[in-house]
Design a binder for this molecule. Structure first.
Ligand SMILES: *Cc1c(COP(=O)(O)O)cnc(C)c1O
Length: 490
């Protein structure tokens, strides 16, 4: 590994006696005897002994080893890595929000509850739903919550035989996983070559055992499900409900609403569509919306506006129990509502069309060199099946790694599973024409290199601090502490 001076681990700079601070005398030293012996340290902790400039340079340089949406273009398909406006962060960090205590009496946090309620109403308006809960912490937890609502609905009708959930073969992996966690059996629905749901296959699988059909629309290959009215009709006449995976609601903003298409239950990812930071496992939020007639099954507790205009946190008997602590990730809600209010209705309505325009622009500028298995136009994202010229042996993984040398984050690769060399690109609406053009030029350059000097692409990246980690080893045996590293030869 080729490491620059400040690329070391902080412990590696340690020199006995070096110091970057001086603490005032310990005022509590004279009370030390009051602390039981077993609570006291017998040895000084093994901390790195370093001077202040080294610490500052080390952490400042480390912070640039990561790639984020603030560092560069991040066209990760099925993930909506849009720019997060900084005003959202300022609001979320303001002391009147950051210093709240979750157990404060509701009378002292009326403004906070109003914010919560306003976001619920905004999402109802955007999704065409009657009611929303903001409680789930992630998209996958939203799916689980939505499926539990569906289960509660069937059980409330004494319809206990509905044990299966239909999932298209193009679905995001969390769909079948959530259905399994909710205790359902999963039945897959096939996709014809255009990636949309095969209505005949769906019809053959619908019977009295089906609790719900889960759909993503536009689906995970970026195609709009044109047969949605027919699908909704089929699913409903079989007594099942239609679930909308709105993790990536982005292309729909300002264009269409799941509720108007016949969906009964949906979730959205605030950490994708509504510009709250995303990645590294959270914090996120996967609010769940339901159509009229299902509100009473949403999980406890709920934020409601009372008849006298006050806001309260309410729990009811018909509802699901708690699915998360407190009321979910509150600062994520602050950011999402700030985003919606700063854009306003007009701005929100431009998001979907602009994201779609950007995706089609890239698709059209690259489809001579990259294999486009499903012809455009696409919605907010699309999939290439690797390079057109497969004779060079350059794979989608190689292309993704080479992009890092050009300062771009890789698109999503090897998903969806419908193609061998999937390269899924989602530019979002926040990127400028210049950014899209330089990404297109990098992709074209990589295609040229693949033909002329395939080794250059296959050995990429060349300029990153780490180039070819063993992904499997890293997942199975992550080294998370300094001691792990000492014990493992590097
Ligand atoms: C991201 C995503 C999910 C899961 O969301 P998490 O917050 O990661 O749990 C579900 N469905 C689709 C289509 C997604 O893109």
């Amino acid at each position: 590994m080729n490491r620059k001076l400040y690329d070391k681990l902080i412990f590696e700079y340690s020199h006995p006696g070096r110091c970057g601070f001086s603490l005032p005398a310990n005022r509590y030293d004279r009370h030390i005897d009051e602390l039981p012996e077993s609570y006291r340290r017998s040895e000084t902790p093994a901390l790195p002994e370093v001077d202040e400039p080294t610490v500052v340079r080390h952490y400042t340089n480390s912070s640039t080893n990561n790639f984020g949406v603030d560092t560069g273009f991040y066209p990760l398909g099925s993930c909506t890595m849009k720019y997060n406006p900084k005003i959202n962060e300022q609001l979320a960090a303001s002391p009147s929000i950051a210093c709240l205590h979750p157990l404060q009496p509701t009378a002292t946090v009326q403004g906070v509850l109003e914010l919560y309620w306003q976001l619920q109403r905004a999402l109802c308006e955007i999704g065409g739903m009657a009611e929303f809960t903001l409680n789930p912490f992630a998209g996958a937890q939203g799916e689980l919550t939505g499926l539990l609502v569906i289960k509660a609905y069937h059980l409330s009708r004494q319809d206990a035989g509905r044990t299966t959930v239909l999932v298209p073969d193009s679905a995001h992996g969390t769909n079948p996983a959530s259905a399994a966690v909710a205790g359902f059996k999963i039945v897959e629905v096939a996709s014809p070559p255009d990636g949309t749901v095969d209505v005949d296959d769906l019809r053959s699988k619908l019977d009295g055992s089906v609790a719900a059909m889960m759909m993503t629309n536009p689906n995970t290959v970026g195609m709009f499900e044109k047969n949605i009215p027919q699908i909704a009709e089929l699913v409903h006449s079989a007594g099942a409900l239609l679930y909308y995976d709105g993790a990536n609601l982005n292309p729909m903003l300002g264009v269409a609403r799941p509720g108007d298409m016949g969906f009964d239950v949906m979730h959205v990812n605030l950490h994708k569509t509504f510009s709250t930071p995303h990645g590294g496992g959270g914090p996120g939020a996967g609010p769940v919306g339901v159509r009229k007639g299902l509100e009473m099954f949403l999980p406890n507790p709920r934020v409601m506006r009372l008849a006298d205009g006050r806001f309260d946190v309410v729990s009811t008997d018909s509802a699901l129990g708690r699915i998360s602590g407190w009321l979910g990730n509150f600062t994520v809600f602050v950011r999402a509502l700030a985003y919606i209010l700063t854009l306003g209705a007009d701005g929100v309505a431009k998001v979907g069309p602009l994201a779609t325009l950007n995706a089609n622009y890239i698709l059209n500028k690259l489809s001579d060199l990259y294999e486009l298995p499903i012809p455009g136009p696409c919605k907010h994202e699309f999939v290439f099946d690797g390079l057109k010229d497969k004779s060079t042996g350059v794979t989608t993984l190689n292309v993704a790694k080479r992009l890092l040398d050009f300062g771009f984050h890789a698109p999503t690769i090897y998903f969806p599973l419908l193609f061998h060399e999937s390269l899924m690109i989602e530019p979002t609406e926040t990127e400028s024409r210049e950014t899209l053009d330089s990404f297109i030029e990098a992709m074209r350059q990589i295609a040229r290199e693949a033909a002329e000097d395939p080794g250059l692409v296959k050995n990429a990246p060349h300029d990153t601090p780490v180039s070819h980690p063993d992904d499997t080893e890293a997942a199975l045996h992550p080294l998370t502490t300094w001691r792990d590293l000492c014990e493992t030869p590097m």
